[in-house]
Structures are given as structure tokens and as C-alpha cells.
Design a protein around this ligand. Structure first.
Ligand code: PNS
Length: 168
């Protein structure tokens, strides 16, 4: 069975890597979908985000990383995926994810959303907080996979040199 894990991954965190790794033990094939979500004004472009996820999960043989635009349900159908896997860190995530899962089910009744409870040590992680901590000069070694450290530091430096004066 094929499962998809959609997200913005700006950038991929250790929480994402944990979720992808656990899904890879449950499903025959896992396809990570990096959304081209320009409304979110990501720090990293979609190719950079996909490359960072790809490098972070390179040792997982049944995982591949793709990019998608448009509706999740259309992309999942094009792959023959039956399941969407999402991580739940908190009740806040649940409320948001429940709405998306119900909308996705009304759009595509045969696509099931499955939630995995986020590992406790990852429950405080989010890409937006990783960007904020990196922007403010904090340590991010315990939040992102090693391959993200260099590109994240470079992005902070690039944005501080440029016209960006905020971390968002
Ligand atoms: O990492 P994120 O930003 O929390 O991921 C959100 C994502 C990509 C899973 C969600 O925005 C999504 O599925 N977008 C695709 C567009 C879509 O299908 N929208 C309808 C879902 S109700």
C-alpha cells in the first residue's frame, strides 16, 4: 500500500524525519509531497525543500520525495495512494488536521487520513519555530537533520544581507 506525507517542509525537521521513518515501517511505499505553496512565502524554494527532505531520508529505501501543486487528493490519486499520513503534536494540530481530513474525505472518499502521534522529544518542533530560532541565533542542531544545518545558516545570512528584516 502506498502512503503520502504532504507538507511544506520549510525546512524539514527531526519531527518530520521521525514521522516519515515510522510511516515507512507501516506502508510498502511512502511518497513525501513537498507543496509548492507560494502563499506561505517559504524561505526555501520547492526544489531546495525537496532536496533537503531527500537527503534527510536517503537511507529509507521505500521512501521517495516528490513535489506537488494543487489539491492533495489529486496528487495522491495520481500515485495510486490510499492513505495520507499526518503527525499530531497536540490538540491544536488535531483541530486543524481534522478539518483538512474531513475536507479531503469529502473530495476523495477512498483516501484515508491516518494520524501518528508525534514522538514526545519532537512535540515542540515546527518549521516556523526552527526558522525563528535560527534567525535569532539559537542552536538548531537538536531540531533539524544534520544536512539542513548548513543550508539553514546560509539562508539566514542571505536574508539578513538582503531586504528581509523579519524571520517570517
Ligand atoms: O506542512 P504544512 O504546511 O502544515 O502542510 C499543509 C498541507 C500541504 C498538508 C496542506 O496545506 C495541503 O494538503 N495542501 C494542498 C492543497 C489541498 O489539497 N487543499 C485542500 C486540503 S483540505
Amino acid at each position: 500500500m502506498i502512503a503520502v506525507i504532504p507538507g511544506t517542509f520549510d525546512p524539514v525537521t527531526l519531527g518530520h524525519v521521525d514521522l516519515i521513518g515510522r510511516a515507512a515501517t507501516l506502508f510498502d511505499e511512502v511518497v513525501v509531497g513537498v507543496l509548492d505553496n507560494l502563499a506561505k512565502e517559504p524561505w526555501f524554494d520547492a526544489d531546495e525543500r525537496a532536496d533537503l527532505v531527500r537527503a534527510a531520508v536517503a537511507e529509507l529505501r521505500n521512501v521517495r520525495v516528490d513535489r506537488f501543486t494543487g489539491l492533495l487528493v489529486h496528487w495522491a490519486a495520481s500515485l495510486g495512494a490510499r492513505v495520507v499520513v499526518k503527525g499530531l503534536r497536540s490538540g491544536v494540530d488535531f483541530e486543524y488536521e481534522k478539518t483538512m481530513a474531513l475536507m479531503n474525505r469529502s473530495l476523495a472518499p477512498s483516501l484515508e487520513t491516518v494520524f501518528l502521534v508525534t514522538e514526545m522529544r519532537c512535540s515542540h518542533m515546527s518549521s516556523s519555530l526552527v526558522r525563528e530560532v535560527a534567525w535569532l541565533g539559537g542552536e538548531v542542531e537538536s531540531l533539524v537533520p544534520p544536512n539542513v544545518l548548513g543550508p539553514l545558516a546560509a539562508k539566514v545570512a542571505e536574508r539578513k544581507r538582503g531586504r528581509h528584516h523579519r524571520h517570517t
